[in-house]
Write a protein that binds this ligand. Structure first.
Ligand SMILES: C[S@@+](CC[C@H](N)C(=O)[O-])C[C@H]1O[C@@H](n2cnc3c(N)ncnc32)[C@H](O)[C@@H]1O
Length: 258
C-alpha cells in the first residue's frame, strides 16, 4: 500500500478520535478549574409517566433524603421552593419542617406531575404545599419571596438554563439560598444513572457563577449526589448571566428509569 493510500484510509479514524475529545473531557477532574463555556447539552425532561420511579423505596438508600434536607437547616416560617418538584418527594418531606407559618412552593412544568403531587399530599395529610405551574424559563414565583430553593435531579433538564437561573434569582430573597443536587458525573457512585442526567462541579460552576450565584458550600456527604449551596452574588456582578451560551435541546419529554 503506498503512503498516500494509507493516509486516506486512516483519515476517518483520525476524525473519530477528534470527535471523542469533548466527550472525554466531560469526565475530567472535578477539582480542575471550571470551563469558561458550557460543555453539555440538556437532558430530556422526565415525563410524568415515570413518576412512580420518583417514589421508589431505594431513594432512601441512594439519596439519604433526611441528610439532604437536614443540610438546609430549615426553620418554621421559612418559604421554600422545590423547583422541578415532580411528584413532591422532597416537597412533602420539607413541608412539616417549615410548619403552618411557612410554605413550600412545588414548581413543575408538567401539570400532570402537580396533579400526582396533590394526590400524594392528600394521602400524607400535607396541606402547606402550593402547586405552581412554571414555564421552562420561569418558575412563576413572586419576586424576593423565597428563603430556600431546592433543585433535586432537575437542573440538568433545564432546556434553557440561563433565563431560568435569572428568574430564580429574582424570586430569591437577598439572603436566600439555593440547594442544587445533581448525581455525580465522575466516579462510580451514580453509575446506575444515565450519563446525561449527571453533572460535575466544573460544569455546574461554569453555568451558575456567571448567572449571579456564589458557591457557599460543596457538600459531598450524600451517597450518590453533589450538594451545592449557593447564595446570591451581589447585583453588580450578576448581569454577566447573558454571557452563558445556551444550546436549547430539541428532545421531547422522555420516560425515565435510572
Ligand atoms: C427527574 S424529575 C425530579 C423530580 C424531583 N425533584 C425529585 O427529585 O423527585 C425532574 C422534574 O423536573 C421538571 N422540570 C424540568 N424542567 C423544568 C423547569 N424548567 N422548571 C420546572 N420544572 C422542570 C420535570 O417536569 C420533572 O418533573
Amino acid at each position: 500500500m503506498n503512503r498516500m493510500r494509507r493516509f486516506f484510509l486512516l483519515l476517518p479514524l483520525l476524525g473519530f478520535a477528534v470527535s471523542l475529545g469533548p466527550a472525554l473531557s466531560l469526565a475530567g477532574d472535578p477539582k480542575s478549574s471550571a470551563p469558561k463555556k458550557r460543555d453539555r447539552k440538556p437532558a430530556p425532561v422526565m415525563s410524568y409517566q415515570g413518576a412512580g420511579w420518583l417514589e421508589r423505596l431505594s431513594r432512601e438508600r441512594e439519596e439519604n433524603p433526611q441528610k439532604l434536607i437536614a443540610a438546609l437547616k430549615l426553620e418554621p416560617g421559612d418559604v421554600v421552593a422545590d423547583i422541578g418538584c415532580g411528584s413532591g418527594y422532597y416537597a412533602r418531606r420539607m413541608a412539616p419542617m417549615v410548619g403552618p407559618s411557612g410554605k413550600v412552593y412545588g414548581v413543575d412544568i408538567q401539570p400532570e406531575m402537580l396533579q400526582i403531587m396533590k394526590q400524594l399530599m392528600k394521602r400524607d395529610g400535607v396541606t402547606n404545599i402550593e402547586a405552581v405551574l412554571g414555564e421552562p424559563t420561569d418558575p412563576k414565583l413572586p419576586p424576593g419571596s423565597v428563603d430556600w430553593m431546592l433543585l433535586v435531579d432537575v437542573y440538568h433538564e433545564f432546556q434553557d438554563p440561563a433565563p431560568m437561573l435569572a428568574k430564580m434569582r429574582e424570586a430569591l430573597k437577598d439572603d436566600g439560598k439555593v440547594a442544587l443536587v445533581e448525581f455525580r458525573l465522575e466516579g462510580a457512585t451514580a453509575r446506575h444513572i444515565k450519563i446525561d442526567h449527571r453533572m460535575s462541579p466544573a460544569q455546574v460552576m461554569a453555568e451558575w457563577e456567571p448567572a449571579g450565584y456564589t458557591l457557599l458550600e460543596l457538600n459531598e456527604d450524600l451517597p450518590t449526589q453533589h450538594l451545592f449551596i449557593f447564595g446570591k452574588t451581589p447585583a453588580k456582578s450578576s448581569d454577566a448571566s447573558a454571557d452563558t451560551e445556551v444550546t436549547p435541546a430539541s428532545h421531547p419529554v422522555e420516560k425515565r428509569e435510572g
